[in-house]
Design a protein around this ligand. Structure first.
Ligand SMILES: [Zn+2]
Length: 319
């Protein structure tokens, strides 16, 4: 048992596909695959809970106008921590507390005075929010960088983050020790108190396993390619058709867009559809083999013609 606000402790090994063990302050623990901790933190409901909800709760704090004494501040934060809690989001819950705790210590150490407890909370929240914003900016920059869509600012932020994360690569990709003593087993863990620490940890683990964080080219959500690290579509249900994942819809969609824009592609697609339909219809209606063969030959010719037109410019496919 350790204190609320002390964040989480993580046990990990130097293995691929190892599920990290996260220990929470109340002695619960949970397994997270590589990237899983990060994905819990960037869920919409997590982001809502650790930003908007915190802000709203501070506004309705019952003792908002009380004097900013040590006792009132302590009681206030106990109350706040009790309101920001979600069993489905244990990581977001504990990291909010850990991060907010760090901010309180920073703000308390400054020689400023506050009208009331509420004002002190608001000051802490402002400072805390800027840290959450830095976290989201880094997440977005890294994902854009890995997807090849980063602008200058994002590239700079991504490089900035990656070079500092590199310093912890050795620590986060080693093995935590296990100790056996008097029949008891204890494990070494690394403590993480805030969102940026988790991002750094996940970045190192994902790098080790060649699992880049990316942005889906179809729906714009974050994802980790499941097989090849150069995958560009996520496996989640697509906005165009919720029964099919972006990985299925995205490629077709891209093809459709390309076809609409390029006259050669469009003509080829139309010819191909027309001839394929003809062959199918003739086969179904029991037409003679010669009759069908005529269209099959035309189909082959169309494919050849398309390829020769497409690569007429020297083979790179650009028009
Ligand atoms: Zn997607």
């Amino acid at each position: 048992m350790y204190e609320i606000g002390s964040g989480i402790r993580v046990y990990f090994e130097n293995k691929k596909e190892f599920r990290n063990v996260v220990f929470f302050p109340d002695d619960r623990y949970a397994y997270y695959p590589t990237g899983g901790m990060l994905f819990e933190l960037i869920r919409d409901d997590s982001i809502y809970m650790v930003t908007t909800k915190v802000e709203n709760m501070i506004k309705v704090f019952p003792n908002y106008n009380a004097e900013a004494s040590v006792d009132n501040v302590t009681d206030g934060f106990k109350w706040l921590y009790g309101t920001i809690e979600d069993e489905e989001l244990p990581l977001a819950t504990e990291l909010f507390r850990g991060c907010f705790n760090e901010v309180i210590l920073d703000v308390v150490g400054r020689p400023e005075s506050y009208e009331c407890v509420g004002d002190f909370f608001v000051k802490c929240y402002e400072e805390y929010l800027s840290r959450i914003e830095a976290f989201s900016v880094y997440v977005d920059a890294i994902a854009a960088y890995n997807s090849g869509s980063a602008d200058d600012f994002q590239s700079e932020m991504a490089n900035d983050f990656m070079s500092s994360a590199e310093e912890l690569y050795g620590l986060y990709t080693r093995k935590c020790s296990i100790h056996h003593k008097n029949g008891k087993v204890t494990v070494d863990t690394v403590q993480m108190k805030n969102f940026l620490q988790v991002l750094t940890f996940e970045y190192c683990r994902m790098k080790k396993e060649s699992k880049p964080l990316k942005i889906c080219e179809n729906c714009g959500r974050y994802f980790i390619p499941s097989k090849r690290s150069d995958g560009i579509y996520c496996p989640a249900p697509s906005p165009q058709n919720p029964e099919k994942p972006c990985s299925e819809v995205g490629a077709n969609f891209r093809q459709t867009v390309k076809r609409r824009r390029d006259p050669v592609e469009r003509k080829h697609h139309n010819n191909l559809c027309r001839l394929q339909n003809m062959v199918r219809r003739l086969t179904e209606t029991g037409a003679s083999k010669d009759h069908i063969a005529k269209y099959q030959t035309e189909l082959q010719q169309e494919k050849k013609k398309y390829l020769s037109e497409k690569y007429a410019d020297g083979g790179n496919g650009n028009k």
